[in-house]
Design a binder for this molecule. Structure first.
Ligand SMILES: Cc1cc2nc3c(=O)[nH]c(=O)nc-3n(C[C@H](O)[C@H](O)[C@H](O)COP(=O)(O)OP(=O)(O)OC[C@H]3O[C@@H](n4cnc5c(N)ncnc54)[C@H](O)[C@@H]3O)c2cc1C
Length: 401
């Protein structure tokens, strides 16, 4: 059999693409290397701008039943500074607030919906190689000692960006002092106000705290490789994750306060180095969605929304021309239009995120710019609301279409 589309990876980007195309009557194979449910390094915040898409996918009610509380305020904890301001509201009515949900629940919910819509799951299987054929791709799958080859007219590459491998958008691992290594921990019994999502800025990194499902608070962060090495040395026997949590607590009074008496729930996870930036969106019958197309610094907590929305942007185009796979020219046209949609939707927030991340992770004592920003924020906390606007927290892509 030749599938209409083969999707590599069942994170939010891949599962959304598989669900949309299957509902539209396409034959879709989704290949995911990990067994679900699985936890993942991520802050777990799902911006209000994703709510219309979840609704459209028929998952709004299920999400509401599982997710943590409404996040109505954005904050900043840096050193002794603790400020907060209202979260901007997207223009659509209905559900104006973002909420957080553990990836073991969120990704599973999307993938189950894709399977119910008719997508064939290959899980846990890894796409090990792709070969261009006259009418699409031959995809070699591997699992333990077994191998399979699947044929598909188009490939949707949604394998994320943090893993090394042989596929076109997979990275050569970098090893620079400025690389950002990511961590995530869950806590129970924290004193973080239920409606507040503070951004954390600490020497060598940034992070975030937010209430997720089941009474858990998620702490996620990125820290420079060189700072991580120094922090590990300072904290001796502690694991890398424990040393980073200690480092954040030492540096941020706000974190120390809200986590006093809280206990860690589950293992501290790590990933990376992360690879923010814009990459290819189309190449020769292959479309890229989610992090594999482009990634904002997680300082803005928009990656899940961007992953789902990029899949939606692509699938809209593909579904409008279901016979395009027969013509390389038509596919290239769709690729070009999708890349333009992608830029219009996400390029500004990527740049804003890179600017904030740069200020936050400069090595050495806090840069003048950061100190100035903290002084300004203490006097005018609404700058935080503006910053959240700039990074897409009110940009209603799906509702506006
Ligand atoms: C510290 C941190 C905090 C963050 N916090 C937030 C937040 O609060 N809110 C937010 O919106 N975003 C956040 N993000 C970003 C978010 O996690 C990502 O942007 C999002 O997961 C991207 O989704 P994706 O579907 O593109 O890729 P992924 O979620 O990475 O999914 C890719 C999938 O592909 C699979 N895969 C990989 N290679 C193969 C292969 N060869 N064959 C088969 N399967 C394969 C993987 O197992 C994985 O399941 C954060 C990121 C970090 C680092």
């Amino acid at each position: 059999m030749i599938y209409d589309a083969l999707v590599i990876g069942a994170g939010p980007a891949g599962a959304t693409a598989a669900l949309m195309l299957s509902r539209a009557g396409w034959s879709v194979a989704v290949v995911e290397k990990k067994a679900f449910p699985r936890r993942k390094v991520c802050g777990e915040f799902i911006s209000a701008t994703s709510r219309p898409l979840l609704q459209q996918l028929g998952l709004g009610e299920r999400f509401d039943a599982l997710a943590g509380p409404d996040v109505r305020r954005v904050g900043l904890y840096a050193g002794a500074t603790m400020v907060d301001a209202p979260m901007p509201k997207p223009s659509h009515t209905g559900a104006p607030w973002g909420r957080a949900l553990g990836r073991e629940h969120f990704d599973l919910m999307l993938l189950e919906a894709a399977a119910q819509a008719g997508a064939t799951l290959w899980q846990p299987w890894t796409v090990a190689a792709l070969e261009r054929r006259e009418r699409g791709y031959a995809c070699r799958l591997a699992h333990k000692d077994s191998e399979r080859t699947l044929a598909a007219r188009i490939v949707i590459d949604a394998h994320g960006s943090w893993e090394r491998g042989p596929l076109p958008a997979q990275s050569l691992r970098s090893h620079r002092p400025s690389d950002l290594i990511a961590f995530k921990a869950h806590f129970k019994e924290s004193r973080l106000p239920a409606d507040l999502m503070p951004l954390l800025v600490f020497p060598g990194g940034y992070g975030g705290l937010v209430h997720s499902d089941g009474g858990r608070v998620s702490l996620s962060c990125c820290v420079r490789r060189d700072v991580l090495a120094a922090v590990r040395q300072r904290h001796g026997a502690a694991s890398a994750g424990e040393a980073v949590v200690q480092h954040i607590k030492e540096s941020c009074v706000g974190v120390r306060d809200v986590l006093a008496g809280a206990r860690i729930d589950g293992a501290i996870l790590s990933a990376g180095p992360i690879r923010p930036g814009i990459r290819r969106r189309y190449a020769d019958g292959m479309f890229f969605v989610g992090n594999s197309a482009g990634e904002a610094h997680p300082i803005v907590a928009e990656g899940i929304s961007m992953a789902m929305q990029s899949a939606w942007l692509l699938c809209r185009r593909l579904m409008a021309q279901p016979d395009a796979a027969a013509s390389p020219r038509a596919l290239a046209g769709i690729g070009q239009a999708y890349a333009a949609d992608w830029d219009a939707a996400f390029a500004l927030r990527l740049r804003a995120a890179a600017l904030f991340a740069n200020v936050a992770t400069r090595p050495g004592p806090p840069a003048l710019l950061l100190l100035l920003l903290l002084l300004l924020l203490k006097r005018f906390p609404d700058i935080l609301t503006f910053g959240a606007h700039l990074t897409g927290k009110a940009k209603d892509l799906v509702a506006a279409a």
